[in-house]
Design a protein around this ligand. Structure first.
Ligand code: FPP
Length: 244
């Protein structure tokens, strides 16, 4: 078990992004349907949100549903949509002073999910605690393509010139413009890939992979990831001497 004194309170990552993988395998290991794993995963979302907020993380971004996940069996997609509605509880967000936001192609989401999201975003907008972001119907390629269309339109309208396009102006058009880039990305479930998640934003993010399936991922596992992150040297392309 991690002793909390091992964590340097002055080096808490400002933004942690998580790929919550392994729900399906967790359920199948128990002879259950995949949706059972997603339900258990929703409980882990609560545990890890509270743990991250208590540590002082400012932004927690969870990959809940990718644009590719629309290709899953209809039954699983419907169960996930229903789970989002059931799990997004304004009173829990309010109690924990969390600000709630969504990134992704919200137009593709069913109306009842959109209404639930809109309500949670509006009601928690003035909260001052951690911002909990769900990536829903999200993928980096979707986000970047959308951004390119917006910028191309601005050029066509004559409001900007191609030479005005910079890294900053691209970042300002992304869905994630309201948040800093992730400092730490955690992927549970043993796979070693980014799966179309925050590819622009993770250019200099520290990556942490663990085998634990998301439903089993505990506060202690989260602390371990934070401690691992705190031992990394972030150089952003500079030399060690320059950093020191
Ligand atoms: C990936 O595991 C997980 C998902 C596609 C869904 C994640 C959703 C939750 C954890 C529920 C979230 C609830 C809220 C309120 C955000 P997988 O099914 O691909 O696992 P596998 O690789 O073992 O098949």
């Amino acid at each position: 078990m991690v002793n909390l004194e091992q964590i340097d309170k002055n080096r808490i990552p400002r933004h942690v992004a998580i790929i919550m993988d392994g729900n399906g395998r967790w359920a199948q290991q128990r002879g259950q349907e995949r949706s059972f794993g997603h339900q258990a995963g929703a409980e882990t979302v609560n545990t890890i949100s509270e743990t991250a907020a208590r540590l002082g993380v400012e932004f927690l971004t969870l990959y809940a549903f990718s644009t590719e996940n629309w290709n899953r069996p209809e039954k699983e997609v419907q169960a996930l949509m229903q789970l989002f509605i059931e799990s997004l509880k304004e009173e829990v967000l309010m109690k924990n002073n969390l600000r709630f936001r969504i990134i992704g192609d919200r137009e593709r989401l069913p109306l009842d999910v959109r209404e639930c999201i809109d309500r949670c975003e509006a009601d928690t907008d003035k909260n001052t605690g951690m911002t909990l972001v769900l990536a829903l119907s999200y993928s980096s390629r979707w986000e970047l393509t959308h951004t390119m269309k917006v910028l191309a339109q601005q050029v066509q309208d004559g409001t900007i010139r191609p030479c005005d396009i910079s890294e900053e102006s691209v970042a300002q058009q992304l869905n994630t413009a309201f948040m800093p880039n992730p400092d730490l990305l955690i992927r549970t479930g043993g796979e070693l890939r980014l799966s179309n998640y925050l590819l622009w934003q993770c250019a200099y993010t520290e990556l942490y992979f663990c085998d634990t399936y998301w439903p089993d991922f505990s506060a202690n596992d989260f602390y371990q990831a934070i401690i691992d992150y705190q031992h990394r040297e972030r150089r952003y392309g500079k030399t060690r001497e320059q950093i020191q």
